[in-house]
Write a protein that binds this ligand. Structure first.
Ligand code: 13P
Ligand code: SF4
Length: 296
């Protein structure tokens, strides 16, 4: 199956991108794996005719926003993001109005229509930089309240929250981390900013998924506890086979991130099924928000 996918991707001039949480066999066959920021940048610069996005719906939409002339395929069209579904454009418009139209920063984990209603996007890798780039003292951040609280702890600006969250990162508790630290007292704890404040307060480091991989390589420490979706254990352990990585909790498994299989990937490439599109008026507005982020 892997050989068939590779041959077909070559024939179709397709590039396969995979998020760091994807199943191991999908990451192994991808041309590029990464965090949301790396994948957005790669999607905007590729010369391929087809982008096969192995991730969830909002990621494939971001590829369409950045590369409208390309065919973007999501091999499991039901792979969504529960956090992205916690906000819609009309609710955002109402909240903006209620707050006096202050600038809106929207996490890339959101629909194209919500990005279109926002001033700029951010990812977990660049959130502080984006907040500091805004020339206003008050900002609305959507949809992740935990990412917003993290940003609020690092800036003097007033950050208004949207009550969204990742159902997996948000379940991690201080007690889980304390238990993992007791089991592995020598390990550093790296947390994703989608985790709640009580978890981030215990972190030795706060990073995006690729930031975690980079930090583990730069650190002289031999072992790490990871406060993120457990799919990251595969690429990080593969990159540093001599280091040890432990999950902060067994509960953090995103079902949507595991919906793509090799068979679905092959079928999508063969029949061009799972094509993701965005209406042009929405795409143009969303492009502004994503492009501003990439420029920064
Ligand atoms: P990053 O890989 O950008 O840290 O994103 C985490 C995530 O939850 C993606 O859905
Ligand atoms: Fe969404 Fe959380 Fe899954 Fe990422 S891990 S896709 S934020 S539900």
């Amino acid at each position: 199956m892997k050989d068939k996918i590779k041959a077909l991707a070559k024939k179709r001039n397709a590039i396969i991108l995979a998020h760091n949480y994807q199943p191991p066999e999908i990451q192994d066959i991808a041309d590029l794996c990464g965090d949301s920021l790396e994948l957005s940048i790669k999607a905007s610069g590729t010369t391929a005719d087809i982008i096969v996005f192995c991730g969830v719906h909002f990621m494939a939409e971001t590829a369409v926003i950045l590369s409208p002339a390309k065919t973007v395929l999501l091999p499991a069209t039901d792979a969504g993001c529960p956090m992205a579904d916690m906000i819609d454009p009309s609710a955002l418009r109402e909240k903006k109005k209620a707050l006096g139209n202050i600038p809106v920063i929207t996490y890339v984990n959101s629909s194209a229509a919500v990005k279109a209603e926002s001033d700029i996007c951010c990812t977990s890798a660049n959130v502080i930089k984006i907040v500091e780039s805004i020339k206003a003292d008050e900002i609305l951040m959507t949809p992740d309240k935990n990412l917003a609280l993290y940003a609020a702890s690092r800036t003097l600006k007033k950050i208004h929250l949207w009550d969204g969250f990742c159902p997996f990162h948000n379940t991690l508790r201080a007690n889980d981390v304390i238990k993992a630290k007791q089991d592995h007292p020598e390990a550093l704890f790296i947390a994703h900013p989608e985790c709640p404040p009580e978890v981030l307060a215990l972190a030795d480091r706060i990073e995006s998924t690729s930031g975690m991989i980079k930090f583990a390589g730069e650190s002289t420490h031999p072992s790490f506890i990871l406060g993120t979706e457990n799919g990251l254990l595969y690429p990080i352990s593969k990159t540093y086979p001599d280091k040890k990585f432990y999950p902060a909790s067994g509960k953090m498994e995103c079902r949507d991130m595991k919906k793509i299989t090799l068979e679905k990937l092959f079928e999508s490439l063969e029949t061009l099924s799972g094509r993701i599109t965005v209406p042009e008026d929405i795409r143009e507005k969303a492009w502004g928000s994503v492009q501003k982020m990439i420029e920064l």
